[in-house]
Design a protein around this ligand. Structure first.
Ligand code: NAD
Length: 272
């Protein structure tokens, strides 16, 4: 739905839709928050307290461009904080229509060297966090009786794991399974659940992956991302806005007949 469609909704007395984007202060989450605001939705930019000034800058930028946004702190690994995020967002947005469970962390280490704590760190944010967010968002949408759109961050590694990122790959593979199960359970409530699977997006996350992969492979900083990007058919590293365009579709009524899907938006690296 574009801003014009959202405006005609408003004029016909329908409520302006409200969205939450976690990990919204930078990278892909930031691009999604800005895009949904441009589409005409009110947006909650949610992130860790340590990211509050970045999150506020995103919300201020949206407001300066004529949109509406506010910031809520959350750690997506905390059941109670996720519940509070949903409650506060629903009350400030008027209602919760779209929830983008985007927050995530990565790590690069071989499975033989990986400490159990490192496995837990990544799986706890990426998979337990997705579960807590999906569940709290769905409970709110069911209580509202409105249906809604729940959107998760999977990855190309949900289909084809990367070596040295076994825990990250398993967590995103898990998001894909969770997305399918949630779609089955909540379809009768009018809730669709889908995930996006980016490839190699030029964000802080890939800066870290590049640095660590380069160290493993004896490459210079910047060489690992170049090497992996050679697999991209469209010939360039993905931008956060490339992902946001697809999430805009998932958040819009145009995707109403789609649920349970985890779709590659990767410039042609992996075919489903
Ligand atoms: N960058 C890529 O190439 C790529 C590819 C596929 C999937 N993804 C996924 O897309 C999402 C966004 O990635 P990105 O590249 O923008 O990463 P990023 O590191 O730039 O941003 C991640 C955001 O999540 C937030 N976050 C981390 N842990 C959190 C927690 N416990 N609670 C709340 N917020 C938390 C961070 O503060 C940060 O703002 C992630 O789920 C990532 O796994 C990224």
């Amino acid at each position: 739905m574009d801003a014009g469609q959202e405006q005609s909704r408003r004029q016909s007395g329908e409520q302006v839709r409200g969205a939450v984007v976690t990990g919204g202060s930078r990278g892909i989450g930031r691009a999604i928050a800005e895009r949904l605001a441009r589409d005409g939705l009110k947006v909650v930019v949610a992130d860790l307290p340590a990211m509050r000034s970045e999150a506020q800058a995103v919300a201020d930028g949206i407001a300066a461009a004529g949109g509406r946004a506010f910031v809520v702190d959350v750690d997506v690994t905390s059941e109670q904080e996720v519940e509070s995020l949903v409650q506060e967002s629903a009350s400030r947005l008027g209602q919760l229509d779209v929830f983008v469970a985007n927050a995530g962390v990565a790590g690069v280490v071989s499975l033989l060297e990986m400490a159990a704590e490192e496995f837990d760190r990544v799986v706890t944010v990426n998979l337990r966090g997705a579960f807590l967010q999906y569940q709290a968002a769905a409970r709110q949408m069911i209580a509202q009786g409105t249906g809604g759109k729940i959107i998760g961050a999977a990855s190309i590694v949900a289909y084809r794991p990367f070596a040295l990122m076994g825990h990250y790959s398993a967590s995103k593979w898990g998001v894909r399974g969770l997305t399918q199960a949630a779609a089955l359970e909540w379809a009768r409530h009018g809730i669709t659940v889908n995930a996006y699977c980016p490839g190699i997006v030029g964000t802080a996350m890939w800066d870290l992956i590049d640095e660590k992969l380069a160290a493993y492979e004896g490459l210079e900083k910047g060489q690992a991302i170049r090497k992996y990007s050679e697999q991209i058919a469209l010939g360039r590293v993905e931008e956060p806005a490339d992902v946001a365009k697809y999430v805009s579709y998932l958040a819009s009524p145009d995707s109403d007949y789609m649920t349970g899907q985890s779709v590659m938006i990767d410039g042609g690296m992996q075919f489903s």
